[in-house]
Each structure stands twice: as C-alpha cells, then as structure tokens.
Design a protein around this ligand. Structure first.
Ligand code: FAD
Length: 480
C-alpha cells in the first residue's frame, strides 16, 4: 500500500502537475491571495470576474492543490461549517442562518455549473448525501438531529428520513438501521477540481506563483510599510497590494500572528483497489451518494468514478504545536483502522486490497464556526475554518471574499459568518491535551454504543456513551 505522496487523487491524475514559476521578485498588485487551495482559487476566480482589469496574484507555498483541496474526501456538501446557535447569535439571527444554509445548498450547483462552464473534468456527480445509523444509539441520535432540523424549518426536500430498507436499497451498509438523506450534495475527484480551477483562474488573467511561501503578512501602514498597501513577505521579495487575502486554512498556524487562530486538524483516508462488478452488485451505491456513519468519530466515504471506495476518518487528530504531516504520510494504525471500518461496513469488499493511504489538515476555529472577513483600513482579509466541510463552503467563501475585497456589497456579504470572530486556541500543551482528550472520549463513547449491541446491560452503556459524547460536544463546542 502506498502511503503519502499527498493522496491517491494525484496518482489517479498521473502524478503532480508541472510546477509553475516562483515569484520572480518584488511586485505590486491590486490583490494578493496567499494560498492556492479552493479558497484562494475561488476567490481569485470570482474577483477576476468582477474586476477584469485588476492585477491579482496568488502566492502558493508548494503548488496549487498541495493542501486539503487536493487530498479530501470529495464531498461537495451543503453542510453548515459551524453551529446554527452561534451564527444565530449574530446580527442576522436565525433568518441569517437559514439564508446561509440556502446559499450553501445553491453552492453545490454553483460548483457544478462552473465545472461545466470551464470544462473542469472532476467527476462531479450530484448524488446527495446519506448518513447511515448502524446501532440503536446512532439511530436515536439521527432521529433527534432530524427533529432539530425540522424545528429550523428544514422539510423533507432538504432532509429525508430513510427506513432500514430504503437505506439498504441505496447502499448496502452492514447493520444499517436507518438513514438520513440530503439531496444537496455531490462528489468530486478533489485534485481534478483544484487543478481545473487553477487553470480556469489563469485563463481569467490571474498569475499563480508556486514554491513561494509567504513568511509574514503586514497590514497597510505598519512600520516600514508605507500607507500604499498591505504586504505579503516572501524570500523572493515583497508583494505589495491594496488587499492581501489569507487563504491558508489548516496551515494558518505557521504564519506569525495567527498561531492560535485555526487548529490544524488531521484527517486520514484510504482507498481500495477497483472493486469487481460482482462486489458492486452486492454493495449497490448506484446513486453515488456521499456516505457517512453516525458515530461520534465518524467516517466519510465516496464511490469513485473508477470503481473504488475511498473512506476517511479522524485518525490521530492533532500534532503537537500545530505541526503538519510530511507529504500526507499517515500512521499505519490509522490506515488499518479505516480498513477495518470499511470491511465491517461492506463485507462484500472484505478481500479488497487497500491501495493508498494519506492524510491532510483542515482548519478548525476554537468555536468550530468558519468565517470570512475583510478589513478595508488594513487591507487584510481571510477565509477558512470550515471544520471538514470546506469543499462547497470554500466556493461560497471565495465568492463572498471577492465581493468584500471588490467593495461590492451583496446578499453574500451580510451572511452570518462574515466578520465572525472566534477566540484563540489555548496554548500548548493544553491544546494538544484537549483535542486528544476529546477524541479519546468520542472513541470510548462509540465503543460503548457498539458493545451495547452484544449483551444485556447494554442500555447502561448506551446511556454512558451518550453522556460522554454530549460532554465532549459541550466542552469542545462541536455543533451536533
Ligand atoms: C483528508 C481530508 C478530507 C476532507 N474531506 C472533505 C470532504 O469530503 N468534504 C469537505 O467539504 N471538506 C473536506 N475536507 C476539508 C476541505 O478539504 C478543506 O476545508 C478545504 O480544501 C480547504 O481549502 P483551502 O483552500 O482553504 O485550504 P487548503 O486546500 O489547505 O489550501 C491552503 C493552501 O495554502 C498554502 N499555504 C499555506 N501556508 C502558506 C504560506 N505561508 N504561503 C503561501 N501558501 C501557503 C498551502 O500550501 C495550501 O496549498 C477534508 C480535508 C482533509 C484533510
């Protein structure tokens, strides 16, 4: 099994793309975007559409798609990247949250629209999203969650409860007791999306400089920097621009001044070899739904266009001091655990070889609520912190950040995540201990719930598992 090399998705494309040039030297621009993942590239794409004459540059430390955007599970999901209650406490109230959720659902179609318009061949397929409960406790949680969604006004067109048989007729997940289906979700080949998007951005006249790490971002008028612009500092020289937009999600902690802004949360994936037709006949999955379970430490999966199952989960959640992985190499124990879950969920695929394992980091704010912000006086803007729901959210964030930086108020610029501020993460070692403690609690809660299926006395363990899970949610602030 290959491990690392960023992800299977790059291998499927025939390897990493040819490298673009680094920044040739000091430069002046209208807008400088730091980070060449979905957030930076969508921002550049829409900004170039709004301001075709503007000089827009993207500075990328490695290459476009090096980060989570080239390694993720390929779920283009309308999931809210944060807590309804937290966003509703802002100026837009509950109506603002509903508006944001409607925009996120429309964003799934917007991603598909641009893929078609720009001929981005990334296996975009709108199959909806299926969350499957595989224990009575998961089923109860799923029903409680659905009741809460209904209170918020989400009808059956947004979320539908599926019986056991309805669930199994979509995907034959062993032990499925029921499911929740949301039509507003698609699956993509993530590296193909980011590669095609980068090319589309260049066609709009944006210059992408690769192998160009930004070492510091300075606001307008700071110290030796005159009032003429904000600055992105690199070893090759400064880029001075009216606006500098930080789009570095899980890598943000490496920038001075932002070390405790976003926690780099780890997520790992494995992919099987292509499964034979006989196995697919047993598994079903003809609708290509994006799939998850209802565990606290949940897994997410997709059926790939080339007939494999790609499945991911948390693994080791966080590295001390906000360190990041080396080229996506994950722990063997994490790959083994994901393989175990895959075989439990799909006994028909029990003999399938795992071909590739990898990991990456996504950005998590302290209150688990993403934000998009732009501060005209300093010229600084940023977006991120999608807590694992960033594929669609980065498109909405990019459109919003483009409107903000262009000074073009829109329906998007008043959504509740605009200007939202999260408090800083705790310093180490509290940060490491807190995150590892949280996932130890979640895993124990999942084990208690699963073991309760086997014998009497199970009810007590279910209750204990539920209590532990809730305690984890409350202490961490994770929305459920
Ligand atoms: C394994 C995994 C699975 C996931 N699965 C899903 C999923 O199925 N669905 C979903 O919605 N979300 C998923 N996510 C999250 C999603 O992929 C991210 O939220 C999203 O890709 C973030 O995009 P981004 O552009 O903000 O960040 P990134 O894609 O991480 O891009 C940031 C870029 O900034 C560059 N950079 C960093 N620092 C600097 C610097 N100082 N100077 C210049 N450049 C810099 C990096 O090299 C990187 O290319 C997953 C994440 C991971 C890791």
């Amino acid at each position: 099994m290959r491990n690392g090399h960023l992800s299977y998705w790059w291998q499927a494309l025939g390897g990493f793309p040819p490298r673009r040039a680094s920044l040739p030297g000091p430069l002046e621009a209208d807008v400088c975007i730091v980070g060449g993942g979905y957030t930076g590239l969508w921002t550049a794409y829409y900004l170039a559409g709004l301001r075709p004459q503007a000089r827009i540059v993207v500075l990328e430390a490695a290459f476009a798609g090096y980060g989570a955007s080239g390694r993720n599970g390929g779920w283009v999901t309308s999931e809210l990247p944060g807590s309804r209650a937290v966003y509703a406490s802002g100026r837009g109230g509950a109506a603002g949250v509903r508006a944001m959720e409607a925009e996120l659902r429309a964003t799934v179609d917007e991603v598909g629209r641009v893929c078609e318009a720009e001929s981005i061949d990334c296996d975009f397929r709108r199959g909806g999203r299926l969350a499957v409960a595989t224990s009575p406790a998961q089923l109860a949680r799923l029903r409680t969650g659905l009741a809460r969604l209904r209170e918020w006004g989400d009808g059956p067109d947004v979320y539908t409860f599926l019986s056991r048989d309805e669930t199994l007729s979509r995907i034959n997940v062993a032990g499925a007791l029921g499911g929740l289906y949301a039509p507003a979700s698609a699956r993509v080949q993530p590296a193909a999306l980011v590669t095609g998007l980068a090319a589309a951005v260049e066609r709009r006249g944006v210059q992408i400089y690769e192998a160009t790490p930004v070492t510091e971002i300075l606001p307008v008028g700071s110290g030796e920097v005159a009032e003429v612009g904000a600055v992105a500092r690199t070893a090759f020289g400064d880029v001075r621009a009216r606006s500098v937009l930080r789009c570095t999600e899980g890598f943000t902690a490496r920038l001075p001044g932002s070390r405790r802004a976003l926690l780099p949360m780890n997520s790992s994936m494995v992919v099987t070899e292509p499964l034979p037709a006989a196995v697919w006949k047993q598994v079903g999955w003809d609708g290509y739904e994006t799939l998850s379970d209802e565990a606290r430490a949940y897994v997410y999966a997709q059926r790939t266009a080339d007939g494999r199952i790609a499945i991911g989960g948390r693994g080791v959640p966080y590295r001390f001091g906000s360190a990041v992985d080396h080229l996506g190499v994950t722990q063997q124990s994490t790959a083994d655990a994901l393989g175990g879950v895959l075989r439990r969920m799909f006994p028909a695929a029990r003999d399938a070889r795992l071909e590739h394992a990898w990991c990456g980091v996504l950005g998590v704010p302290r209150d688990w609520c993403a934000s998009v912000s732009y501060d005209p006086p300093s010229g600084l803007g940023w977006a991120g912190g999608y807590t694992g729901h960033g594929v669609a959210a980065a498109n909405l964030a990019g459109r919003t950040l483009a409107d903000l930086a262009a000074g073009a108020p829109s329906a998007l610029t008043s959504l509740p995540w605009v200007g939202h501020r999260s408090r800083a993460w705790e310093p180490e070692p509290a940060r490491w201990a807190g995150v590892h403690g949280l996932y130890a609690v979640y895993r124990l809660a999942d084990r208690l719930e699963a073991s309760a299926l086997d014998d009497r006395g199970g009810q007590a363990r279910v209750l204990l598992g539920e209590a532990l899970g809730r305690l984890g949610d409350v202490v961490s602030g994770i929305p459920h």
